[in-house]
Design a protein around this ligand. Structure first.
Ligand SMILES: Cc1cc2nc3c(=O)[nH]c(=O)nc-3n(C[C@H](O)[C@H](O)[C@H](O)COP(=O)(O)O)c2cc1C
Length: 179
């Protein structure tokens, strides 16, 4: 059996830290998290089980140069993944955002990862309830749930660990079934 691949983008390090925490919790079931700015599409495609994480930056955007990030990130990587055959893959998403500062575009960027995963034929697991967050609007909601785990480091960092544990409990078996 191969392992779960974890790929993330991050500007100020919060998403990187969450990705590392996920990897630690998964132990031997996951490889070390990889920043997409250092990854090729083939690096990602070699995994059948994937966890992908992104913050939302700019105006509801993926991290990357256009969103004012200090380096390339998902905004530059995702167009290369778009159109690839992702059938047979199981993908779980997590996103970081700030519900108080950006409550009108809360974790919007998650939807861009979701759309590419679905278009490629992947199964997306780990939808997450919107209860417990206060925001006006988010594009990252499908069927009344976030399309992945939502972490708010600015306002609810005390809940991060608990949320990670509950979410991993939900997605782990489905990921490992195809890893
Ligand atoms: C310039 C800027 C724009 C942001 N825009 C959004 C946004 O549109 N929606 C949101 O939910 N969070 C937004 N945030 C909050 C970030 O997603 C949050 O700080 C996140 O933890 C950053 O993750 P990182 O350290 O991995 O880059 C923004 C933050 C900054 C600094």
């Amino acid at each position: 059996m191969s392992k779960i691949g974890i790929f993330f983008g991050s500007d100020t390090g919060n998403t990187r830290r969450v990705a590392k925490s996920i990897a630690k919790k998964l132990g031997e079931d996951a490889d070390a998290p990889v920043d997409v700015k250092k990854a090729s599409v083939d690096d990602l495609l070699k995994y059948n089980a994937l966890i992908l994480g992104t913050p939302t930056l700019g105006d509801g955007e993926l991290p990357g140069l256009d969103a004012g990030a200090s380096d390339e990130s998902w905004a530059e990587f995702l167009p290369k993944l778009k159109g690839k055959d992702l059938s047979g893959k199981v993908i779980a998403l997590f996103g970081l955002g700030d519900q108080e500062g950006y409550g009108h575009e809360f974790v919007d960027a998650l939807i861009f990862l979701y759309d590419v995963a679905i278009e490629g034929g992947a199964k997306v697991v780990g939808f997450w309830p919107t209860d417990g967050y206060t925001f006006e609007k988010s594009n990252a909601i499908v069927d009344d749930q976030f399309v992945g785990l939502v972490i708010d480091h600015e306002n609810q960092s005390d809940q991060t660990d608990e949320r990670l544990d509950a979410w991993l409990e939900e997605v782990k078996a489905e990921l490992l079934a195809v890893a």
